[in-house]
Design a protein around this ligand. Structure first.
Ligand code: AMP
Length: 211
């Protein structure tokens, strides 16, 4: 099974991808995480990615496509995968269809209004070690600012800060939104209301995709 998750910043793609990957026993592949791994390497490339991400812009199609292509070749993707964060524009959608995942089963579009996104992002915290996401109000960890899964201190991502979020939303509307129509035409789109209880949203997706 190969699924793509689309949605604006803060739509809950990462959260849903993590739950769905466990349910379907397929690997969660996040292009944002692949890029953050590069940032950790402290190379010139890493510095370039950090700068691009912190201003809320997209990194180049070539760079992110190479990282994704290589990741999908690893053995843990043999059973299938859930791709979170790619495609983010029409060129990437074409690359995915032509070369990376011509066998894509479904695209899940998680729809959330901008005003809610801004509110969500301001309380979002994530674990730098295992990637688990939390929200200070809607999905708090058991111990304040501490990851339930691995005990690491939680932090706010630099690109979740308000000014960056506004730019990310602008880019999302300009570049990413057109791919919703693209997948609708291909009959691959499942649209989901991303506002509400996390587990109810997951249940809706699983009911629609099949157990
Ligand atoms: P995410 O973790 O999916 O919210 O992605 C964080 C940031 O990584 C984005 O704001 C972009 O700067 C970059 N990024 C992730 N995926 C892509 C992609 N498919 N194309 C270009 N940039 C990406």
């Amino acid at each position: 099974m190969k699924i793509v998750l689309i949605g604006g910043p803060g739509a809950g793609k990462g959260t849903q991808a993590r739950i769905l990957s466990k349910h379907y026993n397929i690997t969660h592949v996040s292009t944002g995480d692949l890029l953050r791994e590069q940032m950790e390497l402290k190379t010139d490339l890493g510095a370039h990615i950090t700068e691009t991400m912190n201003e809320g812009s997209l990194v180049s199609d070539d760079l992110v496509t190479d990282l994704l292509r290589e990741r999908l070749l690893r053995p843990d993707c043999k059973n299938g995968c859930i791709i979170d964060g790619y495609p983010r524009n029409l060129q990437q959608a074409d690359i995915l269809a032509e070369t990376i995942a011509p066998d894509l089963n479904r695209t899940v579009y998680i729809n959330v209004d901008d005003a809610i996104v801004i509110e969500r992002m301001s309380g979002r915290e994530s674990c730098a070690k295992c990637g688990q996401m939390y929200h200070t109000t809607y999905n708090p960890p058991k111990v304040k600012h501490t990851c339930d899964a691995c005990g690491t201190a939680l932090m706010q991502r630099e690109d979740d800060k308000k000014s960056t979020v506004k730019n990310r939303l602008k880019i999302y509307h300009e570049m990413t939104k057109p791919i919703i129509e693209y997948y609708k035409k291909k009959n691959l789109l499942l649209e989901v209301n991303g506002v509400g209880d996390i587990h109810e949203i997951t249940a809706f997706i699983i009911n629609s995709l099949g157990k």
